[in-house]
Design a protein around this ligand. Sequence first.
Ligand code: PLP
Length: 421
Amino acid sequence: MTPDELLALDRAHVWHPYAPMPGRIDPLVVTDAEGVRLRLADGRELVDGMASWWSAIHGYRHPVLDDAVREQLGRMSHVMFGGLTHEPAVQLAKKLVDITPEPLQHVFLADSGSVSVEVAIKMCLQYWRSLGRPAKRRLLTWRRGYHGDTFHPMSVCDPEGGMHSLWAGVLPEQVFADAPPAEFEHDYVQHLVDLVEQHADELAAIVVEPVVQNAGGMRFHDPRYLHVLREVSLANDVLLVFDEIATGFGRTGELFAADHAGISPDVMCVGKAMTGGYVTMSAALCTSRVADGISRGEVPVLAHGPTYMGNPLSSAVANASIDLLLGQDWRAEIKRIETGLHALDAARDIPGVADVRVLGAIGAVQLDHPVDMAAAQRAAVDHGVWLRPFNDLIYTMPPYVIGDDDLAQVCTAIVAAATVG
Ligand code: PLP
């Protein structure tokens, strides 16, 4: 198939993320990828500043991960998880229990980030139902959040400027706190405490992205807010859910964002980087308190069981990806990337740039107006870099294996994109 034939079929038949149908976008055709580079059908190579939506932390075609997939393919790529179990999934669950905060002991292996958030919410609602308190079924979150594209996760996304405002009135009505400020502010703490106390009788859980609000704007906040949430949730009989789908596995400089605060939620979601960006998989972990509560209910099972639950191929590559990460000085690598990302400070003087933010392996330039995505992307591609800006942001979450020169190229491309975007 020539690239033109491929694009014609793509436009006619294939949905892309957040895109119209029939297709009115012009995706670039990728033929293969290696290390931090994507190769296009026209022969160009781009340094991937996106790590495939923040998942490909070890880059593409890493020999260790390739071997893990091949080895598992030689055994079985999939088998149902109902009534059967296998080593890759059990090993993965144990690994996750070992590396996440200690109270998290029980692991549900789901198939995408959004589904793990669904499962997390189901766990919380069912917990209170099992304890004879079904009125506790609302969720408190802060504005500017993003937790996925299925219905319950959409209900805790930013209700106004966010991607799912179309569904206002259809989604379950949740309780929204203001987005957390970057700095620690006592007035904001009071706002959180007041809201939780006011709604405690109907709240099942607080659901937040800890330390970084990602798709809601790459906004960072003081980890002490997580302490506040932990204390106020315990004091008011409300569960606490951390969505670490974007922040997990080192991205912010700690293995999990919860580690910045040294606390544990009752439920935690992970995904994206868990499989090194190879195959889709996510997990919702919960404490024994939550699991025991559910099993005391009239219906003592967690009624959720996707076809591809605990997929052996995904589990095997997740095991390899986590081992690869932990087997190196990942903290030093993230620090190195953080230092390199400060080249983005050059964007501060560009007219129209409102802010530059760097944390761990996340670098973002915020404009004071919506980005012209096509122009910004073209500028980045002209600099040999793949980016996907959104709203008023041009940002990178690169693979951790990115070298210093490639990282400098990504920063140059972002500054160039900010100039035209
Ligand atoms: N939660 C967070 C914090 C995310 O950043 C995302 C995706 O960007 C999701 C949930 C949804 O994950 P998925 O796209 O795998 O469904």
